[in-house]
Design a protein around this ligand. Structure first.
Ligand SMILES: N[C@@H](CCC(=O)N[C@@H](CS)C(=O)NCC(=O)O)C(=O)O
Length: 201
């Protein structure tokens, strides 16, 4: 039986899960969810009500995987053709992902929805996001093609959709900013076949 992925096209967590699944070649059925009216079956399987959620049927009953990183690892553990999981320093890889998910994501949300966070101007929210994460990412990517070296790994894929959202708030500003490492790295992922595949309608 084919696993079922509840997904939302633009959600960065869902994008990274779909990218890992596509890369692995594992076949899943994708069900696009309207966040305002989530299917009852999704909420029964995972009451916390976020996407992505993967339901893997098995003889012992369905296995529910409801964290995007766990879905990425589940897929790549079955087939990882470019060794995204294999890095010399897995602690460092996890550290980048934690910094993104824990530190950068809230800063990104405040910048993206600056009208809901009037304690700072939109520009100040952006500066906070740059100083809190993007500048460090850029420094790293000026010296390396990818976060952990010259080949892509899980951390690159896990973080890319969030930087894409950050850039989308004001593309003109980003294009003119002095962030050459992030600019080159972002372009690589935006132009990748894996990203094109998971965003196809
Ligand atoms: N920690 C979760 C976070 C997933 C998440 O927050 N997804 C958002 C969409 S981008 C969501 O489903 N939010 C619930 C809602 O908006 O109702 C993961 O990594 O999968």
């Amino acid at each position: 039986m084919t696993p079922l992925l509840y997904s939302f096209r633009r959600c960065p967590y869902a994008i990274r899960a779909r990218m890992a699944i596509w890369q692995s070649g594992v076949v899943v059925q994708i069900q696009e969810v309207a966040l305002r009216s989530k299917p009852a079956e999704l909420l029964v399987a995972s009451p916390k009500g976020t996407v992505p959620v993967l339901i893997v049927p098995s003889a012992q009953g369905d296995v529910v995987i409801d964290q995007s990183l766990d879905i990425m690892r589940w897929a790549l553990q079955q087939n990882d053709p470019q060794a995204w999981l294999a890095v010399d320093d897995s602690a460092q890889m996890s550290d980048w992902i934690i910094r993104n998910d824990r530190d950068f994501k809230p800063l990104l949300d405040r910048y993206k929805y600056a009208d809901r966070h009037p304690e700072l101007t939109p520009l100040a929210h952006r500066t906070a996001a740059v100083n809190g994460f993007v500048a460090e990412l850029d420094a790293r990517l000026r010296g390396k093609l990818f976060l952990l070296g010259d080949k892509a790994c899980l951390a690159d894929v896990a973080i890319f959709p969030f930087i894409r959202q950050f850039v989308g708030v004001d593309r003109d500003w980003f294009d003119a900013a002095v962030l050459p490492g992030v600019q080159r790295w972002l372009r690589y992922w935006l132009e990748s076949s894996v990203f094109a595949a998971v965003m196809a309608r």
